[in-house]
Design a protein around this ligand. Structure first.
Ligand SMILES: [Zn+2]
Length: 100
């Protein structure tokens, strides 16, 4: 399931959050949708970002700008919080942006 890691890196999300998402997903503990549902008011909803527990606590009540401040080395063509669905599909399929 390395595509989740690739996508997280493509989006420039913090490594801890990517690790958390990949671990929980691989363990079958929570789906991405369930992780998002932990805080439906989060400014990251719809951005592809799923914060780890520490970041979930740190970002409670914060804005999209606060989330954007955590992002680095983003390869996605659109700035956070925007996403291009076709580009995301391509990354998930390993068709583009697969190597770095
Ligand atoms: Zn994190």
């Amino acid at each position: 399931m390395t595509h989740w890691r690739k996508l997280g890196e493509h989006f420039g999300f913090p490594t801890c959050c990517i690790d958390n998402f990949v671990a929980m997903s691989n363990a079958g503990l929570m789906t991405g949708r369930e992780m998002v549902a932990r805080d439906p008011q989060g400014p990251w909803i719809g951005t592809g970002f799923v914060p780890c527990h520490a970041h979930l606590e740190a970002l409670r009540g914060k804005t999209a700008a606060d989330v954007a401040a955590l992002i680095s080395n983003r390869k996605h063509s659109l700035p956070f919080p925007h996403t291009d669905d076709l580009e995301v599909d391509n990354v998930m399929r390993g068709m583009a942006f697969a190597t770095s």
